[in-house]
Design a protein around this ligand. Structure first.
Ligand code: ME8
Length: 506
């Protein structure tokens, strides 16, 4: 039995409605979670909302609502992404929930008991947009390195002894080369930690929307200490639940903007509390919109609801995962999305299944054909599709190279299309009907594997392909990739899976 697999998205701030950035991380995690399930792992896939802190408090005030009423409303928008994007998440955590607050207080008390928290006062820069403290040397032209505005803060504050973890963290990175991915991000983190860690302010006193510090209610716990703990509280921490024992540690998938919190602060908190560290933190890149940075103030964020309504869910999922190598930055362009929908999906994949299945419908009694003896070309295609799983498994579960998984499947789609052209079953119909059956059988087998392996990425369309192959629902797991199709099974009439998108229909 493969190891249990725990994967998390960041929990999103409820200061605004979701945009394509949050959908991106959610879909990437969903692809990995679905893949792991089909591959036999027991999976827990967690997402949720980050509801405390100054930024959220301010947004609630601007909206004229109490913080609680505001977060209840906005959190729902994030929860509605689950059916919209067909996310196979197992839990949705909100940091205002009792189960979470209880765990954060327990962690806080543990850090106090172990001597890692002390009271002092903070004097320095704070960015509400990033909910982050910045050192003097990081401020450029009066702004945070992220470009966010900063304000000068002077207030009593509890501190976490982060400086005590500099060497321990560096040793850990050294001894666990896969802890941070991709490698470029790992190097960035190592550089940052080597440049010196100062103690971290972990409470605020200038606002109230947060979890109160035990025995000192003037302070609320710093929103990042609160938020990061969600990955544990969703497993029932501090209780040593079955879930905790089974699933911790996690693979955390985050955007590159929150790398430092996940690879420096979070592991240090966990080390301080004597808890095991995450198995891996993978930071993906950022999308720009038609070449421009996406931001609320530029009014150019992309609304996922409208996008999915216009182009369909699977094309959007496909585009997001295929357009840019996972881990790198990239640009969102509608022209490219339409190009990929009409090219990769309609022309390559859609056309392959359509031409094979309608040909069978018209010329082979609409049944799974029979398999005669195989020539070298048949064997080559069969072997290519049979080798896919072992090739793509580490790409997804170990390296998070989601784009490479897709490229590998598309190589088989392209090879299958070439095979149809070359074997020309339409000609064989007259000259060698038995050979025609074999060719069609080989193609159905390729479609079976392509359909099964694309389920994590394209849950709807791959389901349609497998329906059209009359593959029973209980024969769609990876363990059935090599189960031969049964000659003679009646196929339903095929229908178009990816209609071409025409501009005027926008
Ligand atoms: O940072 N391109 O929440 P957040 C790609 N609450 N991904 C993007 C993106 C873009 N243009 N914009 C946003 C927080 N994202 C904290 C997290 S976790 C304990 C607390 C995605 O609402 C990306 O995953 O600002 C990024 O890390 C996340 O949204 C930030 O979400």
């Amino acid at each position: 039995m493969p190891d249990p697999f725990y994967i998390t998205t960041p929990i999103y701030y409820v200061n605004d409605v979701p945009h394509i950035g949050s959908v991106y991380t959610n879909v990437a995690c969903d692809v990995m979670a679905r893949f792991a399930r089909l591959d036999g792992h027991e999976v827990k896939f967690l997402t949720g909302t980050d509801e405390h802190g100054q930024k959220v408090e301010k947004s609630a005030k601007d909206a004229g609502l109490s913080p609680q009423a505001f977060v209840d409303k906005i959190s729902e928008n994030f929860q509605s992404l689950i059916p919209l994007c067909k996310l196979s998440s197992d839990d949705f955590i909100r940091t205002t929930e009792e189960r979470h607050i209880k765990g954060v207080l327990y962690l806080w008390n543990t850090l106090v008991e172990k001597g890692y928290i002390y009271l002092d006062s903070y004097k320095g820069w704070y960015s509400v947009r990033d909910e982050a403290f910045y050192g003097e040397s990081e401020i450029k032209d009066g702004k945070a390195p992220t470009g966010a505005p900063v304000e000068w803060v002077e207030e009593p504050s509890y501190f976490f002894k982060l400086s005590a973890f500099q060497e321990k963290l560096l040793n850990y990175y050294e001894n666990h080369p896969d802890f941070i991915g991709p490698v470029s991000r790992r190097n960035e983190v190592i550089q940052f930690v080597k440049s010196g860690l100062t103690d971290l302010s972990v409470s605020r006193t200038s606002f109230t929307w947060g979890i109160e510090v035990p025995n000192d209610p003037k302070h609320v716990i710093y929103v990042w200490l609160d938020a990061l703990t969600n990955y544990l509280t969703a497993l029932g921490y501090p209780e040593k639940t079955e879930d905790f024992k089974k699933f911790w540690p996690a693979l955390h998938v985050v955007g590159k903007d929150i790398l430092r919190f996940h690879t420096v602060y979070w592991p240090a908190f966990l080390m301080a509390a004597d808890l095991p560290l995450p198995s891996r933190i993978f930071a993906h890149g950022f999308w720009t919109n038609e070449g421009q940075k996406m931001s609320k103030s530029l009014k150019n964020t992309i609304d996922p609801v409208a996008l999915i309504e216009t182009y369909g869910l699977d094309p959007v999922r496909y585009f997001l995962m295929r357009e840019i190598p996972f881990g790198q930055d990239g640009n969102f362009s509608k022209a490219h999305l339409v190009g990929r929908l009409n090219g990769d999906l309609a022309n390559d994949l859609g056309n392959l299944s359509q031409r094979v299945l309608s040909f069978i419908q018209k010329n082979a009694e609409g049944r799974i054909p029979s398999k005669g003896s195989l020539n070298q070309e048949d064997k080559d295609l069969m072997e290519m599709s049979s080798n896919l799983l072992s090739k793509i498994r580490p790409m997804i579960l170990k390296d998070q190279e989601l784009h490479r998984y897709i490229e590998e499947v598309w190589k088989v789609i392209a090879a299958s299309n070439r095979y149809v052209d070359h074997q020309a079953p339409w000609a064989l119909k007259k000259t060698d009907p038995e050979r025609m059956e074999t060719v069609l059988y080989v193609l159905c087998t390729a479609l079976q594997k392509i359909g099964i392996l694309l389920q994590p990425l394209l849950p709807d369309s791959s389901g349609k392909i497998l329906d059209q192959l009359a593959l029973p629902l209980d024969k769609r797991g990876f363990e059935d990739l090599e189960t031969p199709l049964q000659t003679g099974v009646l196929l339903p009439p095929p229908s178009v899976i990816f209609p071409k998108f025409k501009e005027e229909s926008v």
